[in-house]
Design a protein around this ligand. Sequence first.
Ligand code: URP
Ligand code: ZN
Ligand code: ZN
Length: 463
Amino acid sequence: MSKILIKNGHIWSACDDFVGDILVVDDKIAAIGKNLSENYSADEVIDADGLYVFPGGIDAHTHMELGFMGTQSADDFETGTLAGFHGGTTSIIDFAIQTQGDSLAACLNTWHEKAAKAVGDYAFHCAVTDYNEKTAKEIPELIKNGITSFKTFMAYKGALMIDDRMMMGLLKTVRQHGGLVSVHAENGDIVDAMVEEYKKAGTLSPKYHALAHPPEAEAEAAGRIMDLAHYNDAPIYLVHTSCKEALAKVQQNFLREQRILVETCSQYLLLDDSCYEEPDFQGAKYVMSPPIRKKKDQKALWHALQCGHIDTIATDHCPFNLCGQKDMGKDDFSRIPNGAAGVGHRLELIFSEGVKKERITMNRFVEVMSTNPANIFGMDKKGSLAIGKDADIVLLDPNEKHTISAKTHHHNVDSSIYEGWELTGRVKTVLSRGRVVVRDNKADQIKKGSGLFQKRKAFNFSY
Ligand code: URP
Ligand code: ZN
Ligand code: ZN
């Protein structure tokens, strides 16, 4: 039996905070209180005086080792979850994406194989790119096996996108069996047509990617999927919501008492579309879907976060090297692989830009970074510092300053969309299921493959 005592930390949950101690026995939280050393012995004492202590982050949207647009995302499950550890994210939910024509079981097998080398804990959403009678029959089995959320793409026509007829079937079946459908909401036909137009006009630099993915395409798709979900009495989770127009559709639909869960990502809160003007093809770093929006959208997202209209902040971590991957689209923006890295920075970015700048409270931070993703996606061992939960614990110095750079980050990629960002607040020490995995900013004796697959509970319809 191993016992670790975290002493005198400023402990934060989604609703309260106090200065105290946490006793970790093996992989679980065993006690929380004041002066625990008076009653408990420990093999190791970690002094958390002056540090914030909160539950390990859960990034509910990552793509490790994803084969996409003729290449593969640059972080695998080992490097990606290790980067997550450095930034206080102890669990990820990655997308196991069905190859059209294959079964969902085959897709899950592939992702279990890829994830076997993870160091952090992981779960899967199953992305259904081919919904038919066979796929429908597999869904109850997946839910039994702890894969309780299903992703659909309304964009990436000809690759991942499914039509509304398939969407209706998927929503109905998943609802019947107690799962949750999440969606990439962009109108794939609009995007396709606009890409073609810009290409015909010879306008081929990275900024035309953003122009070919207008907010109207996102808002239209978000509105449509909410209508389809409403018709099927199904809850819906909108991934990477990026613009004011899509939020407006959500806010309208709350009025008909529809259960809509909303995710945004750090990049949409923090960056604006001036990034596409960076010279020397640097704008390609920011090519992702949806694209980085305008300052008005950032403002709307922060406001929605404050009002409780956004439930989670994820990253859509999907890195590609500028050299050798993004540059496939040097002469044609439509060939730039979509995506960027973020899993290692999410907590520190939002702490610095959100909590420190008084845009959100520390409790709200814990809620959207950890507690809500755990509750929404049925990760019942995660998401809060409570007795019996997994000891996934972050110790953060709220005042230490540091600067993000591709030279020092832990992502396996040659550039960063946050290059030069100066942050206040730094993750110092991290525990994952009771193991100290980062100690004073350094990875500590982490064994390849020590991350565990997290079987998740069905969606809690009263949540
Ligand atoms: O640009 C992005 N978002 N790449 C990853 C795939 C997706 O759409 O989530
Ligand atoms: Zn997406
Ligand atoms: Zn994604």
